[in-house]
Design a protein around this ligand. Structure first.
Ligand code: SF4
Length: 471
C-alpha cells in the first residue's frame, strides 16, 4: 500500500477557479497516462474521469461528427469524448475536456479549435476545453498551474517507467497475464500516491520514488525466463497512434505473440523534445540571453533533476532501456533532414530509428495514422537509415480504423528481424536479469512464438497463429 504524505500543505483549487465544480474528462492516449492525469486533477480537488474504453462506438461517433479527411487520432479522440457525453449523468455545463495541443508543424495544432467547433455544431458549445500547449513546453502560470505542471511531469516519467517495466517483462513471463496484473497494481499504487500527496515538492517526490521502488519489486518477483535470442523491435512513429492500443490494433501485443520484445517511445521524450525545440527557436530569434531563455533553462533543469530522482530505483532494472537523450536523437536525425525549418514528430521518428539501430535493436517499426504527413516523410527516409546502420529492417505500419492484414505482415517482418539479429553490427546492453542463472535456466518454457510457413523455394507464405501451428 502506498504511504500517504498528508503532513504538509494540500493546495486545491479555490471557488474562483474556472475548474471549480467541474468534472474533467480525459481521453486515453497511451496505457496509464490518462489515469495519472485524472489522479492529478483529483488531487487538486477536481472530479476527473478517463473516457470509456475505445470501441466500435468510438469510431461510429467520431465518424459521425468529423468530415473524413481529418487525421485518424482526432477521430478517435473526438469519438471517445462523445462516448463520455453519452454516459448517464453527464452534465455538459459542468464538463471540461482535457486535450493537450501543439503549435505544429502539422495538423495537431488544429485539434483543439476543431474539437471546439465540433462541440459547438453538436450543441455542446458550453463544454470547456482545457489545453496545455507545447508553445511554452507545457508550462504555465499561477500557483495551481505550476503545481499541476510539476506533478504532470513527474506523473509522466513515473507512468512511462512502469510501462517500460511491463514491456521489458511481459514477453518473458512464465505465467501468462502476470506482468499485466503487476503493471495494473503498480499503476493504481502510483495514482493513489499522487492523490494523497501534499504540496511539499520533496515530500511528493519521495512518495513517487517509493511507489516506483514498490513497482520494481513487484516486477522483480515475477517468474520470468529472459532470453537474448528474442529480437528487440524499436516502436516509434506518431505519438498518439503508437501509444494508443485501440488505434494501432494492439501492435505490441501482436509483436510479442510472434516472439519479439518491443521498446516503445513514450511521452516524456516528446515533452523533452518540445523543451529542446523551444530553446532552439529562442536562439534562432536572437534571444539566447533573454528572460524567456532563462525560464526555459530553469524548467529544463527542474525536469531533469526530477527525472533523475524518479528513475534512481529503476537504474539497474532499466539498464539498456533508458529514455534516449533528446540531444542525441536530434543529432542522429540531422544527416537526414534539412538543418532548418523541420521540427516535430519526423525529427524524433528519424532520429529514433537511427538511435534504436545504433543501440542494438533488431528492427524498427513506425506506427502512423494513414495520411500522416510526418509518417510519410519519415517513411521516405527510412531506407537511408537502414542502409547506414547495417541493413536493419525498418517498416512503417499505417492505421485508419479499417482492418488490415497485420498478422501476415508482422510474421514476415519478424523473419527479417530474426535474420538481422544474427548479423547485426551493433550490440545491445542487457540488464542483469538477462544473465542466465540456475533458476531461470530451469524455468518452464513459455508458449512458443507464432511461426511462419514457407513454400518449397523458401518463400514466406503466411504467418500462422498458435492454434493453427498446433493443429
Ligand atoms: S502527426 Fe500526423 S496524424 Fe498526428 S496530427 Fe500530425 S499529421 Fe496528423
Amino acid at each position: 500500500m502506498p504511504i500517504g504524505h498528508r503532513c504538509c500543505l494540500n493546495h486545491s483549487i479555490d471557488a474562483g477557479h474556472p475548474l471549480h465544480g467541474k468534472t474533467v474528462y480525459l481521453p486515453v492516449m497511451g496505457e496509464g497516462g490518462s489515469e495519472i492525469f485524472a489522479a492529478i486533477f483529483r488531487r487538486l480537488g477536481v472530479e476527473a474521469h478517463v473516457t470509456p474504453p475505445s470501441s466500435r462506438r468510438t469510431v461510429e461517433l467520431g465518424g459521425k461528427v468529423t468530415q473524413g479527411d481529418e487525421c485518424y487520432p482526432s477521430k478517435v479522440v473526438i469519438g471517445d469524448l462523445f462516448q463520455a457525453i453519452e454516459q448517464p449523468g453527464f452534465v455538459p455545463e459542468q464538463a471540461a475536456f482535457f486535450l493537450p495541443t501543439s503549435e505544429g508543424p502539422c495538423r495537431f495544432g488544429q485539434y483543439v479549435p476543431y474539437l471546439k467547433k465540433v462541440l459547438r455544431d453538436a450543441g455542446y458549445g458550453q463544454i470547456e476545453v482545457i489545453s496545455p500547449t507545447d508553445a511554452n513546453s507545457y508550462g504555465g502560470r499561477g500557483a495551481v498551474t505550476n503545481i499541476f505542471t510539476r506533478m504532470a511531469w513527474r506523473g509522466i516519467v513515473a507512468s512511462d517507467s512502469i510501462h517500460r517495466l511491463l514491456l521489458k517483462t511481459r514477453p518473458y513471463e512464465i505465467q501468462e497475464g502476470s506482468a499485466d496484473r503487476v503493471y495494473q497494481e503498480s499503476l493504481e499504487d502510483l495514482c493513489e500516491t499522487i492523490e494523497s500527496s501534499c504540496d511539499n515538492l520533496d515530500c511528493q517526490l519521495c512518495g513517487l520514488v517509493e511507489s516506483l521502488a514498490r513497482a520494481r519489486n513487484r516486477f522483480r518477483a515475477l517468474p520470468a525466463r529472459y532470453d537474448r535470442t528474442r529480437p528487440l523491435i524499436g516502436v516509434i512513429g506518431e505519438i498518439f497512434c503508437r501509444l494508443n492500443t485501440f488505434s494501432n490494433e494492439d501492435l505490441i501485443r501482436r509483436l510479442e505473440s510472434y516472439g519479439a520484445e518491443a521498446s516503445l517511445s513514450h511521452v516524456a521524450e516528446w515533452v523533452a523534445y518540445t523543451s529542446n525545440e523551444q530553446e532552439r527557436q529562442l536562439r534562432t530569434l536572437g534571444k539566447t540571453f533573454s528572460l524567456e531563455m532563462l525560464g526555459a533553462k530553469v524548467r529544463d533543469h527542474i525536469r531533469q533533476s526530477d527525472e533523475h530522482a524518479l528513475l534512481a530505483p529503476l537504474e539497474e532494472d532499466l539498464r539498456g532501456y533508458e529514455e534516449p537523450k533528446v540531444e542525441e536523437i536530434v543529432k542522429l536525425a540531422w544527416p537526414y533532414l534539412p538543418a532548418n525549418g523541420v521540427s516535430g514528430e519526423m525529427v524524433l521518428s528519424v532520429g529514433l530509428a537511427a538511435y534504436h539501430s545504433k543501440h542494438g535493436a533488431d528492427g524498427v517499426i513506425d506506427i502512423s495514422p494513414f495520411g500522416c504527413m510526418n509518417g510519410t516523410v519519415s517513411e521516405a527516409i527510412y531506407p537511408r537509415v537502414s542502409r547506414d546502420y547495417g541493413g536493419i529492417p525498418v517498416r512503417s505500419f499505417y492505421f485508419d480504423g479499417t482492418r488490415s492484414n497485420l498478422d501476415r505482415d508482422m510474421g514476415v517482418y519478424l523473419e527479417l528481424a530474426r535474420s538481422y539479429h544474427k548479423t547485426k553490427p551493433y550490440s545491445r546492453t542487457y540488464p542483469e536479469c538477462f544473465t542466465p542463472t540456475r533458476d531461470n535456466e530451469n524455468a518452464p518454457d513459455r508458449k512458443p512464438p507464432r511461426q511462419v510457413t514457407r513454400d518449397s523455394s523458401g518463400r514466406i507464405l503466411s504467418a500462422l497463429g498458435e492454434q493453427a501451428t498446433q493443429e
